[in-house]
Design a protein around this ligand. Structure first.
Ligand SMILES: [Zn+2]
Ligand SMILES: [Zn+2]
Ligand SMILES: [Zn+2]
Length: 657
């Protein structure tokens, strides 16, 4: 134990000296290797825990010596395992995650290892239809509507009412798109929901975004079918079951802290979250960050922008137990979603379609100004380089007008950027919270459509960022990617694409850095780095227990390392038998993402997603209230994380609570 480690242990032990005889007995965990994420003492083989706090870290003999006369037990059950700080997933969406997990079949471009079963990837149209037919035939819940989530037109080919009728002439069937922005219904579902041409016509943009012959409802067109879907499919029992699946899923991935930036601020929904996620059985803590864009839009239309920040503060009181809101942090939005190729890019898309704004640049800058001036940390969803110009411009403006230290202004997602922008990130010391899975899922396809190879391969240029600032953090945006920190670390360190090639090898980051991105740097992004994210005396005892060492196995194998369980808040929590999913054999080989055979042309779908005769491609320029009447109902028609279905689901959950 070096002098620094000794001093840290002495501090931690001294502080709790009073409590030794009364407090919980110290447990010393001995492991094959402990990766601490602390630069002064990067590895160890023993860690002592008192209650929920780490009190000493080092070799076993050093740790025992540091404990002096204090009584302790030695726990050797991790002697052949590797301990890392408990994984921190700082960007997931519980509502959508839960809703997709209750599908009768999850058939997507990647494996989904749910607590109930693993749904293998379908990389192309042929595999998709084989899987769908098999799942349909095996399903025993008829005559209930059969719902499947995960279909993506780029990979699985055309979808239509006729194709679904051929599979299911009598039983209602709903195909929910991977993006959550579109559904396809068969004729039985259309009949069950009473969706005649009369009923879906004459309602402006919503009616334009329906193709009844194809059974296709997308973007604002979903408002015409959402309430029927919610009543039919998302029943109260299933909703709760979905949230249960959601937390058990995260348990299986070794996650000990989650955060949702930009949550729906609906009280009953959060009461439901509180009830489910604060249960003792849940081995992680949950944080929320308000959706400042929704609050800004409401305040602007109500003429109450002067109260915007005070209103935002008020959500702190909604916390309960281990489900809490983060003080003085807010989520804002810039441009459209990457999965739909709706981000704002400087060079035009290959097919000439236009990107979209989720927040108008002027509104965005005004929101940044208001929150910045009150000391908030601002997280901004942004995916295109033109979107990033607006975001960096707003930050530069604030730094000039009202300089702040340690602002941690965070660029969220970070798909397309330029080297010049990375220099600006260095000068402003903006944080980057990236989704490295974009490279895996999309670099091949977007090399051909939308972006072209130069921009597609260089999405999420993290090595460049690391030359400018010390941290990057990684997130899944579940269900946009699997909330699986080892998968994210693998994606950032290998940049392996769907076809198995490496996209922009120079942008790979070292595995140590990628692991920091799902532990200490993830904690740093949400300002919790003094409590969690590394293994250091004084911090909370959150550990993820791995079956192998991510720094010694080949980088390509990191995603397949088994998770034994966690120590959460000082308590050992093995993965339950039923929730256990050993990864061997379950993790897809990269080839199972391969897309080319089944892919259809982007242009048809891109046109449906972007056509708006009135706004020249900027259909978000004048957001109109959607029909769901939720408090955040000034929803854009192409929001980043699920569109109108998010709001409809939120209202629905709210009604259940
Ligand atoms: Zn987002
Ligand atoms: Zn998100
Ligand atoms: Zn809405």
């Amino acid at each position: 134990m070096d002098a620094h480690a000794q001093a840290a242990a002495n501090d931690a032990l001294t502080q709790s000296d009073e409590a030794w005889r009364l407090g919980p007995r110290i447990v010393v965990y001995v492991a094959r290797r402990i990766l601490t994420m602390e630069p002064d003492q990067p590895e160890a083989t023993a860690v002592a825990v008192s209650g929920n706090r780490i009190v000493a870290v080092g070799g076993e003999a050093d740790v025992v010596k540091a404990l002096g006369e204090r009584p302790y037990d030695i726990d050797r059950r991790f002697a052949d395992k590797v301990m890392v700080p408990g994984f921190v997933e700082h960007h997931v969406h519980p509502l959508l995650g839960a809703s997709t997990m209750i599908a009768d079949a999850v058939i997507a471009i990647e494996d989904w290892e749910l607590p109930t079963r693993t749904w293998p990837a379908a990389a192309d149209a042929a595999t998709y239809w084989v899987a769908l037919r098999a799942a349909y035939a095996a399903n025993r819940t008829a005559p209930a509507t059969f719902m499947t989530w995960g279909y993506h037109h780029e990979f699985h080919g055309p979808m239509s009412r006729a194709a679904l009728d051929a599979l299911s002439p009598d039983r209602p069937m709903v195909v929910w798109h991977r993006s959550c922005h579109e559904v396809f219904l068969n004729s039985a579902a259309i009949a069950k929901y009473g969706l005649t041409a009369d009923k879906v016509g004459g309602q402006g943009l919503a009616s334009e975004q329906v193709d009844l012959d194809k059974g296709h409802f997308y973007e604002k067109g979903l408002t015409l079918v959402a309430s029927a879907l919610l009543k039919d499919i998302f029943t109260p029992e299933k909703m709760r079951a979905g949230l249960d699946l959601f937390w058990r899923y995260l348990q299986g991935k070794g996650v000990t802290t989650i955060c949702e930036p930009g949550t729906q601020m609906i009280r009953p929904l959060h009461e439901l979250y509180g009830a489910v996620l604060s249960a003792d059985a849940v081995p992680f803590r949950t944080y929320f960050i308000p959706d400042g864009r929704a609050l800004y839009d409401q305040a602007k239309s109500a003429g109450t922008l002067d109260r915007l920040v005070a209103d935002t503060d008020s959500y702190l009181s909604w916390g309960r137990g281990k489900v809490q809101w983060l003080p003085r942090q807010v989520k804002l939005f810039s441009d459209g979603a990457v999965f739909s190729l709706l981000m704002q890019v400087k060079e035009p898309y290959l097919d000439g379609h236009k990107g979209q704004w989720i927040a108008l640049p002027d509104d965005y800058r005004d929101a940044v100004r208001r929150y910045w001036n009150r000391g908030y940390q601002i997280h901004t969803h942004v995916n295109g380089d033109a979107g990033l110009d607006v975001v960096l411009g707003a930050l530069e403006e604030r730094l000039a007008a009202a300089p702040r230290n340690d602002h941690r202004f965070t660029i969220v997602h970070f798909a397309v950027s330029t080297e010049e922008q990375v220099q600006r990130i260095g000068r402003t010391q903006a944080m980057v919270s990236a989704n490295p899975y974009y490279v895996t899922a999309l670099a091949d396809r977007f090399s051909e459509v939308g972006l072209g190879p130069e921009r597609a391969n260089n999405m999420v240029r993290l090595a460049s960022v690391l030359r400018q600032r010390p941290q990057v953090s990684l997130h899944s945006d579940m269900p946009m990617a699997a909330a699986d920190p080892l998968l994210l670390a693998w994606a950032a360190a290998t940049r392996t694409t769907a076809s198995g090639r490496v996209a922009a090898p120079d942008q790979r980051i070292p595995m140590e850095q990628a692991l920091r991105g799902v532990t200490i740097d993830s904690a740093f992004t949400i300002r919790l780095e003094n409590e969690i994210g590394s293994i250091r005396p004084g911090k909370i005892a959150d550990f993820t227990i791995l079956e192998d060492d991510p720094l010694t196995v080949a980088p390509s194998a990191v995603r397949s390392i088994g998770i034994w369980g966690v120590v959460f808040d000082g308590t050992v929590r093995p993965i339950e038998r039923s929730a256990e999913r050993r990864r061997q054999g379950a993790a897809p080989s990269p080839s199972r993402f391969a897309s080319r055979d089944g892919a259809t042309s982007r242009s048809a779908a891109a046109a449906t997603l972007t056509c708006s005769p009135t706004a020249g491609g900027n259909i978000l320029a004048a957001p109109s209230p959607c029909s769901c009447h939720s408090p955040s109902s000034r929803a854009p028609t192409a929001c980043a994380c699920g569109g109108i279905m998010v709001h409809a689901l939120a209202d629905h959950y709210a009604a259940l609570a």
